[in-house]
Ligand binder design. Structure first.
Ligand SMILES: Cc1ncc(CO)c(N)n1
Length: 223
């Protein structure tokens, strides 16, 4: 299972960092239900804050885009994050007695801050493609995790989380983002991106964001 042509190359360039992210103990705990509830709630609260800043980064991509088509895709992703994905967090936290005002007021953990501000910094310094490379591990990594967990035996404990990222809606979003990345690479680097001097740097953006995802799961396991 994969998304587009560029993502598998970036994923391979990230080496062992990729499975460290997508097969992290936190993910295993979501699948078999062994993840402690307080770790999951702590993660969800932090992830709500993460999504606020991540939406800002996608909004920056709207501003960095070169074509109307790119703008529309990025604007649609901002919409999906703010009005769909964050709904999961509000609902699950609400069921646990955590109000949305408490989510907004929660203190951001440094591992969380490091990740989103890294992505925003890459976006500010670089061009649209640099920013997409830093955004990709988040969207497509959760797509990969959601699809894998939804397709295999999993406990009911975190089924709603698994169902969100394994859903057709989320998988469609992943395929759209992958197509956006492929078109962006073709437009900015050309038909043989791996021979370009830019390629290594773009792979570095992707790898660093992947490492920051591993740090995010680690943070999730230490409420
Ligand atoms: C940390 C993190 N990475 C990726 C996603 C998917 O949007 C998320 N919600 N949180």
């Amino acid at each position: 299972m994969s998304y587009g042509n560029t993502f598998p190359l970036w994923r391979a360039a990230a080496g062992d960092h990729w499975p460290a992210y997508t097969r992290h103990a936190f993910v295993q705990g979501l699948a078999d239900g062994s993840l402690p509830r307080d770790a999951f709630m702590h993660y969800l609260v932090q992830d709500y804050i993460f999504l606020i800043h991540f939406s800002r980064a996608w909004a920056l991509a709207v501003s960095k885009a070169d074509t109307l088509d790119e703008m529309r895709h990025c604007a649609a992703t901002v919409h999906a994050l703010l009005n769909q994905e964050m709904g999961l967090h509000v609902k699950l936290c609400g069921e646990a007695g955590i109000a949305e005002a408490d989510l907004i007021a929660a203190e951001e953990r440094p591992e969380n801050l490091a990740y989103t501000r890294y992505v925003l910094d890459i976006g500010h310094r670089g061009d649209f493609l640099d920013l997409l490379a830093a955004l990709a591990p988040c969207v497509l990594g959760y797509g990969e995790i959601g699809a894998r967990l939804a397709a295999s035996d999993h406990a009911q404990t975190y089924a709603e989380w698994i169902g969100t990222y394994g859903s057709r809606d989320y998988q469609d979003l992943c395929h759209e983002v992958a197509a956006l990345i492929d078109a962006s690479v073709a437009r900015r680097i050309g038909p043989e991106p791996q021979t370009s001097p830019r390629w290594g740097l773009v792979c570095e953006r992707f790898t660093m964001a992947t490492r920051l995802e591993v740090g995010f799961w680690d943070m999730g396991m230490t409420p």
